[in-house]
Ligand binder design. Structure first.
Ligand code: KG4
Ligand code: ZN
Length: 333
């Protein structure tokens, strides 16, 4: 069965084709980063309009690459995300579903991130602990099976990707600066400053990153020449974030007696985080390849494949700005 996946929840237009027999067949992505960079953040109306412009050409490209006229199923991101942006993907998916007379499956964006490691040869078995770290979310989730989720912890303020982006901005690295900050950190001394490890000794599994962000901001104001210490600040910030994420994740893994951990979402591409988890966790750690950590169509296509029994009414567009992961159910039998 061939599943076409459409991702339009934020600032990337992602399209991919997944074959339940052969795996990923084709994928294409258009990032809107340049359009939003001048505003220092995502402008929802600009995002929606650009999805509208990019989606059909990308679908044509993916179907062309795969050498087919139409898929058997269309899956799309129905939330959480920017409602206008979601409506573009949902409108396209339902329109195509009606025209092609094929099932249409609304997908939860975070479930997409969760199953992205299953696109790889080394794919995890259930149950596993998931650390989902993106620009909008920071979640520790116990995954018993597809659609059976217990959220153990989340952030009380900024998402971890947001903390990377805001810190990158302070260091003059542009937007979104997570990957640029990680590159700069490579040449810095991560012991230069001891930034706070928020919630380190707090009970439970929640995160908080606004205090760390403030500490970095105060440091930036205090230094004589930012240029001389930018790399050290980046490295020390990244070390504080990685220490915090790893400590909380290992604590949750112990609590759940987890044999496997998966890491996904944009910050999951961070090499320093990967190295620390690989070194400190005694079980197995799974990741999507770096390009499928950030938003993409492939994760929506495979999530659609796993939920192929959950077709929705193709005359209804589902678009939810907020949508709890725990409210999901396992796929219909
Ligand atoms: O998953 P994603 O594409 O979008 C959301 O759903 O939010 O994640 C984007 C986030 C941005 O905050 C970006 O700065 C961050 O992931 N990011 C990184 C790295 N690559 C992307 N953060 C740290 N290190 C990286 N290598
Ligand atoms: Zn995402």
């Amino acid at each position: 069965m061939l599943i076409l996946g459409l991702e339009t929840s934020c600032d990337e237009t992602g399209v991919a084709l997944y074959d339940t027999e052969r795996g990923l067949v084709a994928d294409a992505l258009h990032s809107q980063v340049d359009l939003h960079a001048v505003y220092g953040g995502v402008v929802p109306e600009i995002a929606s309009r650009d999805h509208l412009r990019r989606l059909l050409p990308l679908i044509r490209q993916v179907l062309g690459d795969a050498g087919i006229d139409k898929p058997d199923v269309v899956a799309y991101t129905a939330g959480p995300g920017l409602v206008g942006a979601l409506m573009v993907g949902g409108g396209m998916a339902t329109g195509l579903g009606l025209a092609w007379e094929c099932p249409v499956i609304p997908v939860h964006h975070m479930e997409g991130h969760l199953v992205a490691p299953m696109l790889e040869e080394k794919a995890p078995d259930y149950p596993f602990l998931a650390l989902l770290v993106s620009g909008g979310h920071t979640l520790l989730v116990w995954v018993r099976a597809l659609g059976s989720y217990q959220v153990l912890g989340s952030t009380l303020d900024d998402a971890v990707g947001e903390a990377f982006d805001k810190t990158a901005k302070l260091l003059g690295l542009g937007y979104p600066g997570g990957a640029a900050l990680a590159r700069l950190a490579e040449s810095g001394n991560d012991q230069a400053w001891q930034f706070p490890r928020p919630m380190f000794n707090r009970e439970g599994f929640d995160f908080s990153f606004s205090g760390l962000k403030t500490a970095v901001m105060l440091k930036v104001r205090e230094v004589q020449s930012l240029e001389d210490v930018r790399a050290d600040i980046a490295a020390s910030f990244q070390r504080a974030v990685v220490d915090t994420l790893v400590a909380r994740t290992l604590k949750a893994a112990k609590y759940k007696n987890a044999a496997r951990i998966i890491v996904a979402g944009g910050v999951g591409a961070n090499e320093s985080l990967r190295a620390a988890l690989n070194e400190q966790f005694s079980g197995e750690v799974f990741y999507p390849r770096a390009e499928f950590c950030t938003d993409n169509g492939a994760m929506i296509a495979i999530a659609g494949a796993l939920r192929v029994t959950d077709a929705a009414n193709p005359a209804t567009i589902y678009a939810k700005a907020r949508w709890s992961l725990e409210s999901l159910q396992p796929p219909a039998a």
